[in-house]
Design a protein around this ligand. Structure first.
Ligand code: IPE
Ligand code: IPE
Ligand code: MG
Length: 254
């Protein structure tokens, strides 16, 4: 069971244990080059590879990437279907590479909306990499933070129907064990590329105490140097979790 940052103070380190990224700006990257938006999505796959590689090298244990939000269905049908095709291609091509690098892949979100072929590939990729432990790579697809909280609530009540009558027993641990990423610690570092400064319904519960890093860099341009800049920024944060700076300094000198 992962530590809750609101119930206990997590142990932190200079390298973030869990990095969560909103990969934004693909469309604008393409528009700047007079290319179709979809060219930006295709190019973004390179940045995914580079982020996985760099995180693996630097000792990050969990990398979570927002690939498709529950609201992205609102996009033009041809863009949505290209994104789905790209997802299928990446799953077909990249699993071997993940295997070699000891990466465990998981996909979180409401997968029931995907076509059967994609669901099958996700299933296979997850089981093929299930024994890996070097880096836990999670792709959030048809994911929404509100969906996650609601599905956790439903599953909690299904598992413990008596809670409906004893609502005072509904607490953080009871709910969080049913969140779709219950196995992972809360993210230490959140990165959003593409210049927008919003959460866009990503891991809204889990980001309660995460350090938030925003960069104007478009996702297809987000290479290992850009990622290292975010890590450097993170290293200089003072994570207080509600305490004062003086308390932290006193604890450090003890
Ligand atoms: C992020 O890039 C990729 C997805 C949401 C799938 P965008 O497609 O949102 O790119 P911009 O924000 O329009 O530039
Ligand atoms: C967030 O990006 C979702 C993903 C990167 C998958 P969007 O580009 O969809 O976010 P909004 O709609 O601009 O907030
Ligand atoms: Mg966008």
């Amino acid at each position: 069971m992962a530590i809750s940052s609101t119930l206990d103070i997590p142990v932190t380190s200079t390298v973030p244990q869990h990095v969560a990224i909103i990969m934004d700006g693909n469309g604008r990257w393409a528009a700047k080059r007079l290319l179709p938006r979809t060219a930006g999505h295709a190019r973004g796959v390179q940045s995914v590879r580079s982020a996985v590689e760099t995180c693996g090298k630097l000792g990050v244990r969990y990398l979570t990437l927002f690939a498709f939000s529950s609201e992205n269905w609102r996009r033009p049908a041809d863009e949505v279907s290209l994104l789905m095709r790209l997802f299928v291609q990446v799953l077909e091509k990249e699993v071997l590479r993940l295997q070699e690098k000891g990466v465990r892949l998981r996909v979180v979100g409401d997968l029931s909306a995907f076509e059967p072929r994609l669901q099958e590939l996700i299933e296979q990729a997850q089981s093929k990499t299930a024994h890996n432990d070097q880096l836990h790579l999670t792709i959030a697809a048809n994911y929404g933070g509100r969906w996650d909280i609601l599905q956790a609530m439903r599953r909690m009540l299904q598992a413990s129907p008596e809670l409906a009558q004893n609502t005072e027993q509904i607490n953080e641990p009871a709910l969080t064990e049913h969140l779709s990423m219950a196995w992972a610690p809360e993210p230490d570092l959140f990165i959003r590329t593409g210049g927008e400064q919003r959460i866009s319904n990503f891991l809204i519960w889990q980001l309660a105490y995460t350090e938030l890093f925003f960069t104007d860099c478009y996702w297809p341009d987000f290479n290992s140097d850009e990622l290292k800049k975010a890590f450097e920024w993170y290293r200089n944060r003072e994570r207080r979790f509600g305490r004062t700076s003086a308390q932290l300094q006193a604890a450090a000198s003890n």
